[in-house]
Design a protein around this ligand. Sequence first.
Ligand code: M6R
Length: 366
Amino acid sequence: EKGGYEHFMLKEIFEQPRAIGDCMRGRLSANEGRLVLGGIREYANKLVNAERIIIVACGTSWHSGLVAEYFFEEFCRIPVEVEYASEFRYRNPVINEGDVVFAISQSGETADTLAAIELAKSKGAIIFGVCNVVGSSISRISHEGAYTHAGPEIGVASTKAFTAQLTVLNMIALRVAHQKGTITERRYHELLVELENIPAKVEKALKLDDQIKAISERFQNARNFIYLGRGYNFPVALEGALKLKEISYIHAEGYPAAEMKHGPIALIDEEMPVVFIATRDSSYDKVVSNIQEVKARKGKVIAVVTEGDALIPQMAEFVIEVPKTDEALMPMVSVIPLQLLSYHIAVMRGCNVDQPRNLAKSVTVE
Ligand code: M6R
């Protein structure tokens, strides 16, 4: 059942090219300029005309929500608030009739997310569900939505569900932006083509496995890790840190790279591994300065960069090169080495990767 892999998590990491492909199948054809989401019909215009979007989720799904915030704001020019479901539901949030709420959940059973959308629905909000498990509670209570079709995810650490969520949310944002006219035809088509290329790029990123195993050996005994990124790669930093802490029990923090100077920089010494997600995008130069700040304090830099980067390899101890893609789609590629890094470190430390202590696959208690 593990298809020859030692753990479900590793199998699911390697399934991502297929999972992302399945998620796009029948929905996207760059050739024909077609993007059809069967589950978003009756309420599609509510979404197109929304004055704001609220996204509720927990854990890794919340990180997908953060990336989606950037999609919807950049492409659709709709303001987005991304909320931890558990905070949203208890603070008497402002929800108006006709507000649009997205609930993102792999399992579709997370108690806090379910309760948050029940609350929003009772106030007249329109709920779009992005779930992996077909027929799950969240998918049933939502007005409309789109499944991620990633297939069953058994490992407690979410991997393929994350990249499939990003795929779906990206398709939704592009579909809305196209109808609204907030994206140029050219960029729309470029992104459709790039989306279709993502499975092949993820496949290529998976070939880094041996290199990442070697890096994992070097850092398996670290007591702390910091993950830094900016823009679309900021949520990837959070996700990398979450993956590491939940399965290897190493304390890790994810931060937007520029926030480092407001506190966490005090943690940096020659013992501290700092993972930078530093691919070529609009914040590249800024991230390079942040790497210099860490180097000046003797931190050990592991950098995820775009293939062919000539500058960062002169600065970082370890460089992981991922294929180039549009910056909006980069999280689907740049997260792959971070998933592998946490996996290998956890295995080396003898941890129960598929069922980490104190955790359940779906958190059905609040
Ligand atoms: O099933 P959901 O996506 O609603 O689950 C949300 C979180 O419990 C989940 O993402 C959790 O953080 C994972 N263990 C992360 O790998």
